[in-house]
Design a protein. Sequence first.
Length: 122
Amino acid sequence: MRELNSELQSLQEIQKNQAHPLNLVVVKNTGAPVLAKPAEGARVLFNAAAEDEFEFVGAEGEWIHVQISGPSRGYIRRSNLELPEFIAARLNSQGAAATAEKAAAFRIVREETSSFPEIGSP
């Protein structure tokens, strides 16, 4: 019994000291489709299981680009994933910056009000 407890403690220590990548996204529910392109109706590569983890590659709107394995990539709808706090914060700040940029695309620089001269008047 002591030997088993000792081994258990050793394994728990190893698990505690293992580095866990911070750029992994986790699938919330079984059956989340992993698509070939970031578009509704794109070819489904496979359906992910709950708790599957994928490396975050990037984001395109509501789609998260993930590395499946080796060079294989896919897209999962953001609502189907749990994102690490720093990735969610980065995406939220990028979204806010894009909104601010769109709002700043058109702004009033100068406004003048005057009447038009009549046609034929000198």
